[in-house]
Design a binder for this molecule. Structure first.
Ligand SMILES: Nc1ncnc2c1ncn2[C@@H]1O[C@H](COP(=O)(O)OP(=O)(O)O)[C@@H](O)[C@H]1O
Ligand SMILES: [Mg+2]
Length: 372
């Protein structure tokens, strides 16, 4: 049970004690709220006293009379509004003129309860304002969380771009100062390393472009019957140079006429990432088996490799932005750590799911299921 601080501001002691009696053991709960709310009841007989409470403790809800001996209720409300104080205000007043109602609403009062009110009316109003408060705070929490995630992403991204730029800059400065002499061939390793870092940056940028397409939303999807065999062949062609270098064989087991209604770009990204990983994280002379199977309810795409594999612990970290498994086996393999997270998002855009099974040093199997 969570307790909310509820301040009753009224100059009539009878009203204050009446409200206290009604709300003393009152609680508010909704199916979507994790816990019920009860109320810690506080009293102020003047507007000045109310301001003291507001400034010195966290008041969640205020029941505010307008006609008070010193400053008026509406002035208390204006103070709250001007100072951005996070509290919800409900006006309780006997002479509810239109003018006052407009003023109060403009100053952010949640609602009005005319005096006199029945216990039921008060309870209903408190229930409404509590729900409103809860939803408002939840929304704020979510926005904060969202911002945090975005900033984490940007900070990792800047780091990932900064390190290759520093490296290339370092090599260029060495060459400019001719630190290894006048013979260009003495700089060959440096040039190769610089080119490799640039290649890494390019693939990071390509991944980011995929990600941007994703974030810009499903409105730009071009849904059509996508030929899965054809997309698989395209993906195989693009990883073939690397596969040949390491003598890795790629096998495709798929019927020629399996079609899936989707955006072909999305399906391409899925195949490209799974295949490039299956080759990159494979061992020399290894193999990759791709199978595409169609049943009544789904299409199953399986990409299996005979590579370095992963531990259970590694697997639990996959599919998030910038996750790369760091160990001796992956040390010399370049990548961005964005491929699988993008792949997962693409699969989810199609209401499918992606799973992985793996045994260290034996290989990994990625299974994508797309519902029909
Ligand atoms: N087939 C695979 N076999 C072993 N490890 C893999 C495989 N696919 C992905 N991984 C691991 O998951 C990490 C994340 O993959 P991914 O998101 O594609 O990023 P990248 O390939 O750019 O590093 C890789 O760095 C690698 O450690
Ligand atoms: Mg990858």
């Amino acid at each position: 049970m969570k307790e909310l601080n509820l301040l009753i501001v009224d100059d009539e002691p009878g009203i204050r004690s009446g409200i206290k009696r009604i709300l003393k053991s009152f609680t508010v709960g909704f199916p979507f709220m994790a816990e019920d709310f009860s109320f810690n009841l506080l009293e102020a007989e003047t507007g000045e006293k109310a301001l003291e409470f507001i400034n010195n403790s966290n008041i969640d809800i205020i029941l505010l009379d307008n006609k008070l001996p010193g400053i008026q209720g509406i002035e208390v409300l204006e103070y709250i509004n001007k100072n951005n104080i996070s509290t919800e205000v409900m006006m309780i007043t006997s002479y509810a003129s239109l003018d006052l109602a407009v003023k109060a609403t403009n100053s952010g009062a949640y609602n009005f309860v005319p005096k006199p009110f029945t216990p039921q009316e008060l309870k209903a109003a408190i229930e409404a304002i509590t729900k409103h408060l809860y939803l408002k705070r939840m929304t704020m929490e979510m926005k904060k969380e969202d911002k945090k995630v975005k900033f984490q992403f940007l900070s990792v991204l800047s780091h990932e771009l900064k390190s290759p730029i520093n490296a290339v800059e370092g090599y260029l400065n060495i060459m400019k100062d001719k630190q290894a002499g006048n013979d260009i061939s003495d700089y060959e390793t440096m040039i190769d390393r610089a080119l490799l870092r640039i290649k890494g940056m390019r693939s990071l940028i390509m991944d980011l472009l995929d990600l941007t397409k994703l974030e810009s939303g499903p409105k730009q999807r071009h849904i059509q019957a996508v030929d899965l065999h054809e997309i698989a062949m395209l993906a195989i062609n693009s990883v073939e140079p690397l596969a040949n270098q390491r003598n890795i064989k790629i096998y495709l087991d798929a019927d020629e006429n399996i079609y899936y209604n989707s955006d072909s770009k999305e399906i391409e990204i899925i195949f490209n990432n799974l295949l490039s990983n299956a080759v990159k994280y494979n061992k020399p002379n290894g193999s990759v088996n791709i199978s595409i199977k169609k049943s009544d309810k789904e299409i199953k795409i399986i990409v299996q490799d005979t590579g370095i594999g992963m531990t259970k612990d590694d697997i639990s970290k996959l599919f998030h932005d910038f996750v790369r498994i760091k160990n001796i086996k992956t040390r010399d393999i370049t990548g961005t750590g964005l491929g699988l997270s993008i792949t997962k998002k693409m699969v989810e855009l199609n209401n499918g799911d992606i799973n992985v099974e793996s045994i260290p040093d034996e290989g990994s199997t990625f299974t994508v299921r797309l519902p029909l």
